[in-house]
Write a protein of this length. Structure first.
Length: 640
C-alpha cells in the first residue's frame, strides 16, 4: 500500500513538473549579432502561448498564440537584449545582441583624413578620350576629414585643384580628364589643412590610365538563359547603375574604357554603359577603322516576307501559339513558336515575327512595351550602311512599323499593334537578322475560358531559401507553398494546365522559375510570396496585399488578382496595391505575363495570423485562382 502511494506521489510530481516547464522564447528576427544602421529594429518572434514577456525589464504585448512584434529602439553600438518569458512560476530566457552601426563624425582637431573614405577607389582606364564627352571623362573625388578645413587634390604631377566641403567634413570635386592627357597608373593625392593649422595628406586607391584604343566586346556563349528572362546578372547599366538593356548571345559592344570590374561601352556618342568584364570576350582592336558597329539596314520584313506583301493566311487573328522550350544555347535561334490550331478559318497560326535586317551585325538593342501594350519600341545602337525602312500593314495584328533615327547611331523602330498585346514578346538574333516575336491574342471559349491554357504558379523560395522570418515557427516558404498547391487545384478544376515550379520544399535557382514558364509555353507566370519590411521601416500600420509587375501586359491580371485579395480577405487591409515598373527577376520575363503577388505582411501580426491559419490560406488560394479566372473571362470576345 505504501509502495502504491509512493508511485502515485511521484506521478503527481511529474505531472506538476511538466505543467510548469519553462516557457519557450523564440526570436524570428533579428538574428543574434545582427548589425543595423538605424535607431530601431523590428523585434519579432513568439513565446509559449499563455506566457508573458519582458525585454530588458519592459513588458511586451503578447498575443494569445504567443506572437510578439515590437518596434524596438536601439542605442548606438552594442545592444544586449534579455528576453524573459514567464508562465506558471517558471521562466524562459533568451539573449539577443543587436549592433547599431553609426557613422562617427571626424573631430575638428587634430586634423585628420579618413583614408578608407578616399575616392576613387576603383581603377579607371580611358581608351578613347577623343571620342568621350566631358561627362564620360569625369572622375568623382571625395574624402571624409576634419570639418572646416581647406582641401585640395593633385593627380600625379599633372593637375591640381580645390575640393569643396559639404556637408561638414565631406570634401568633393569633379575632375574631367583632358582629351590629350597621357596617364599611366596615376593617383590622386589629397591634402587637408585644418583649423589647427596642420596639413595632412592621403592617397585614393584608384589608379587612372589613358590610351590603348577602342576594342570589341562580345557577349560570351552560354551566358544568357532563355528568350526573355532579362537576368540582372548580365544587366548593361548606365554610369549611375540604372538598367539600360539586357544582352543576348553574341551581342557586340564598342568598348572604350574600364571602371573597376566593369568595362565601359560606347552605345552611341555621349551615351556610355557599364558591363561586367567577365561576361564578354574582348578583342584587342575593333574590326573596323571607324570603331563603330555597323549593320546593313534596308527593308524590315514580316517572317521573311516584305511588309507590302500580305500573307495568304493573314485574314484575322486566331489562337496563339506558344513559345518553345527555351534551353540555354550559345547562339539560339530567334523565338519560333509551335503552331496552335487556328480557331478562325484562314487565321495566322504562328506568332507575328518582324525581321530587322542587320547583315549579321549583333547591334545592342533594348525592347520595351509602351502605351499599355499597344506598342513595342525597339531601340538599336549602331550605324546602318543604308537606312532602315518600314511599311504599314501586312498582318492583322500589326498596324504599322515606323523607323525614327533619334540620335547619331541610335534608331528607334516602333511596332504599333491593332489591339493591346497581353500574351508575351521577345527579341533575338536569327541568322543575319534581329527578330521581334509577338504572341497573338488568345481565342478563348466563352464557357470555359481556361480550358487548355497553361499557367505557371511559383511558390516563392523553398529548400535552403526560407524567405521571410516566420515568427510563429513557419517561414515564408512553408506559408506560400500550400496556397500555391491549392490554387493549382482550383485552376485545374477550371480546365487549365498548371505548371508548378515546385510542389515540395526544394531549392530552386531564381531564373529556373522563369525558364520553367518559358519552357512550358505558359500564358502566365504568377509568383506567390509573403511580404516583410527591411531594416529601418516602422512596421506599424503597413499591411495588406501588393502585386508587382514590370510590363504593361501584366496590368490587367495584376488588377484582377488584387481585387480578389481585397474582396476575400478584407481584414488584411487595402495594402499598397499595384506596383508597376518593378525591377524583379520574376516580373522582368517577357515571354508571358509575369507578376509577383505579395499576399500579406509577415511583419504585421494580423496579416501573419491570416497567413498562418489553414482557413486564411484557403481564402488566399481562392482569391488568386479567382483573379486568374476573372482575367481570362475578361478576355473572352475581346481577343477574337
Amino acid at each position: 500500500m505504501r509502495f502504491r502511494c509512493a508511485l502515485l506521489t511521484l506521478a503527481s510530481l511529474s505531472l506538476a513538473s511538466a505543467a510548469q516547464a519553462a516557457p519557450d522564447v523564440f526570436v524570428a528576427y533579428p538574428e543574434n549579432g545582427h548589425r543595423v544602421a538605424h535607431d530601431h529594429v523590428i523585434l519579432e518572434g513568439s513565446v509559449t502561448p499563455g506566457a508573458s514577456l519582458t525585454v530588458d525589464g519592459r513588458s511586451v504585448s503578447v498575443g494569445a498564440d504567443g506572437l510578439f512584434m515590437e518596434w524596438w529602439p536601439l542605442k548606438p553600438g552594442t545592444n544586449d537584449l534579455r528576453l524573459v518569458a514567464r508562465q506558471g512560476g517558471q521562466s524562459g530566457v533568451a539573449s539577443l545582441r543587436v549592433i547599431r552601426t553609426a557613422v562617427q563624425a571626424t573631430a575638428a582637431r587634430p586634423t585628420t583624413i579618413d583614408v578608407q573614405s578616399a575616392q576613387p577607389r576603383e581603377r579607371r582606364e580611358f581608351w578613347d578620350l577623343a571620342g568621350d564627352a566631358p561627362a564620360e571623362r569625369s572622375v568623382e573625388l571625395s574624402f571624409q576629414g576634419s570639418p572646416g578645413g581647406r582641401a585640395a587634390y593633385r593627380l600625379g604631377k599633372f593637375a591640381s585643384g580645390p575640393l569643396r566641403e559639404g556637408p561638414a567634413g565631406m570634401y568633393r570635386a569633379t575632375f574631367v580628364v583632358p582629351i590629350l592627357a597621357q596617364l599611366k597608373e596615376a593617383v590622386f593625392t589629397f591634402t587637408l589643412t585644418g583649423r589647427d593649422g596642420k596639413t595632412v595628406t592621403a592617397v585614393a586607391p584608384g589608379r587612372l590610365s589613358t590610351g590603348g584604343g577602342v576594342r570589341l566586346g562580345t557577349q560570351n556563349p552560354g551566358t544568357v538563359q532563355g528568350l526573355g528572362l532579362n537576368q540582372s546578372t548580365f544587366t548593361v547599366t548606365d554610369l549611375e547603375g540604372r538598367a539600360l538593356l539586357y544582352p543576348r548571345p553574341g551581342m557586340g559592344f564598342t568598348l572604350v574604357g574600364r571602371q573597376g570590374q566593369d568595362v565601359r561601352a560606347r552605345l552611341a556618342p555621349g551615351q556610355s554603359a557599364l558591363i561586367t568584364a567577365e561576361q564578354l570576350g574582348i578583342t584587342p582592336t575593333m574590326p573596323k577603322a571607324s570603331g563603330a558597329l555597323q549593320a546593313t539596314g534596308g527593308a524590315i520584313t514580316l517572317d521573311g516576307v516584305p511588309q507590302l506583301e500580305r500573307p495568304a493566311d493573314a485574314a484575322a487573328p486566331g489562337a496563339p501559339a506558344e513559345f518553345p522550350s527555351a534551353q540555354p544555347s550559345d547562339n539560339p535561334p530567334a523565338p519560333s513558336l509551335s503552331p496552335a490550331p487556328a480557331e478562325v478559318p484562314g487565321a495566322p497560326t504562328t506568332p507575328l515575327q518582324v525581321r530587322i535586317p542587320l547583315g549579321g551585325a549583333r547591334l545592342p538593342f533594348r525592347l520595351e512595351q509602351e502605351d499599355g501594350g499597344r506598342r513595342l519600341a525597339l531601340t538599336l545602337y549602331g550605324s546602318f550602311a543604308e537606312p532602315l525602312t518600314g511599311l504599314v500593314g501586312g498582318d492583322p495584328l500589326l498596324s504599322s512599323v515606323e523607323v525614327h533615327p533619334v540620335a547619331l547611331d541610335v534608331t528607334r523602330v516602333t511596332l504599333s499593334l491593332n489591339q493591346t498585346q497581353a500574351w508575351g514578346f521577345a527579341a533575338n538574333y536569327d541568322g543575319p537578322d534581329l527578330v521581334v516575336t509577338v504572341r497573338r491574342p488568345v481565342a478563348l471559349s466563352p464557357v470555359r475560358p481556361l480550358e487548355g491554357r497553361t499557367i505557371t504558379l511559383d511558390p516563392g523560395h523553398g529548400g535552403s531559401q526560407n524567405g521571410g522570418a516566420g515568427s510563429l515557427h513557419v517561414p515564408e516558404k512553408n506559408l506560400v507553398l500550400p496556397i500555391a498547391l491549392r490554387a493549382a487545384e482550383l485552376l485545374r478544376g477550371l480546365g487549365a494546365t498548371v505548371n508548378l515550379t515546385r510542389s515540395t520544399d526544394v531549392t530552386l535557382g531564381l531564373y529556373e522559375r522563369g525558364l520553367s514558364a518559358e519552357a512550358t509555353g505558359s500564358d502566365l507566370l504568377v509568383s506567390i510570396h509573403a511580404n516583410a519590411l527591411p531594416d529601418g521601416r516602422d512596421p506599424r500600420g503597413i499591411r495588406g496585399p501588393e502585386v508587382y509587375f514590370t510590363h504593361p501586359q501584366a496590368s490587367a491580371l495584376a488588377a484582377s488578382i488584387l481585387a480578389q485579395l481585397r474582396a476575400r480577405l478584407p481584414e488584411l487591409g487595402l495594402g499598397a496595391g499595384l506596383k508597376p515598373g518593378a525591377d524583379l527577376a520574376l516580373t522582368r520575363p517577357t515571354t508571358q505575363i509575369s507578376l509577383l503577388v505579395e499576399t500579406a505582411y509577415l511583419t504585421d501580426a494580423g496579416n501573419l495570423r491570416t497567413l498562418h491559419s489553414p482557413e486564411g490560406r484557403e481564402r488566399f488560394a481562392q482569391a488568386i485562382a479567382a483573379g486568374i479566372a476573372g482575367f481570362y473571362a475578361q478576355q473572352v470576345g475581346r481577343e477574337s
